[in-house]
Design a protein around this ligand. Structure first.
Ligand code: BGC
Length: 286
């Protein structure tokens, strides 16, 4: 319940019930970094919308197998594939295995990402390279393999009016500078221009390329920002909508953006951030 001080404000834990239309039936989808966080939610959301799903992961296979099992419980097909998205041969192998298994891919979500935070003058080259390698080069390798498959297969209008849909997971930090996270913000800024340039290049092929830019979403990557009441209160100073985002908030939007309901949208970034990019510091001043 809201306390007296916030009596005129909404309860900040209320989030919507998922609603998915069966808009992705017959469209195999590959999601990188799908064993946890936003990637896991997107994998499940796309399955709820009818897609069969490739669950990419790195490291421990058990969480990915759990996601695959949940997808199968929804009546869809699923497979798990381990691949380090920053490695060209691993990405190529992953796409070859996925395409062999499902015949083709209609949807790819280049989502895998990580943070390795440090004050700028203490940031090591290894921290820089790791974040750029996974978040930016990894999305390049994933996007390239997806576009190659979309081109090879060509249109299948009985399945989707677009010849393929690529969705990049960016961040509000493609726009909001982020002290202490220069490598991460740079990777997301790079995704923005990469995504739009690819979109321009492949639009004549009817391949749609877009991005989602989540704000503060309740996942392991930012646990420190929400898992104590003090941290949560501080976070709300950055979120005009006054609740943290839930992974399913992202998944519902992603499922729509890769569906034919969003046809004619390409080269766009959809911010899903409860208003974090609205410069909340200016709500009472300026
Ligand atoms: C980061 C999170 C952060 C959020 C909002 C995301 O891209 O991964 O750690 O909470 O941006 O600042």
């Amino acid at each position: 319940m809201p306390d007296a001080k916030n009596a005129n404000q909404p309860e900040n834990s209320v989030s919507p019930q998922p609603q998915y239309l069966q808009a992705l039936t017959g469209q195999p989808a590959l999601i990188t970094g799908a064993s946890s966080g936003i990637g896991k939610a997107i994998a499940l959301g796309l399955a709820k919308a009818g897609a069969d799903v490739v669950v990419n992961y790195i490291g421990n296979p058990l969480p990915a197998e759990d996601v695959a099992h949940e997808i199968e419980m929804l009546g869809r097909r699923a497979m798990t594939i381990e691949a380090d998205v920053s490695q060209e041969d691993a990405v190529e192998r992953m796409f070859a295995d996925a395409i062999q298994h499902f015949g083709t891919l209609h949807i790819t979500i280049s989502n895998a990402g990580l943070q390795a935070d440090a004050p700028f003058d203490e940031m090591t080259l290894a921290q820089w390279n790791k974040v750029i390698g996974v978040n930016l080069t990894g999305q390049f390798l994933t996007a390239r393999a997806a576009v190659r498959e979309f081109k090879r297969r060509g249109p299948q209008p009985e399945i989707s009016v677009a010849s393929g849909k690529l969705l990049c997971t960016s961040s509000v930090h493609q726009e909001i500078p982020w002290a202490g996270h220069v490598n991460y913000a740079t990777s997301k800024g790079g995704i923005n221009m990469m995504m739009r340039s690819i979109a321009q290049e492949v639009a004549p092929l009817r391949i749609r390329v877009n991005a989602i830019a989540p704000g503060a979403i309740r996942t392991p990557i930012n646990r420190a920002a929400w898992d104590t009441p003090q941290a949560y209160d501080r976070l709300m100073g950055l979120v005009p909508y006054l609740r943290i985002g839930e992974p399913d908030d992202i998944a519902r939007a992603a499922a729509w953006l890769v569906s034919d309901a969003a046809d004619y949208i390409t080269g766009a970034t959809l911010y899903i951030d409860g208003g974090m990019t609205l410069y909340p510091g200016f709500a009472t001043g300026g």
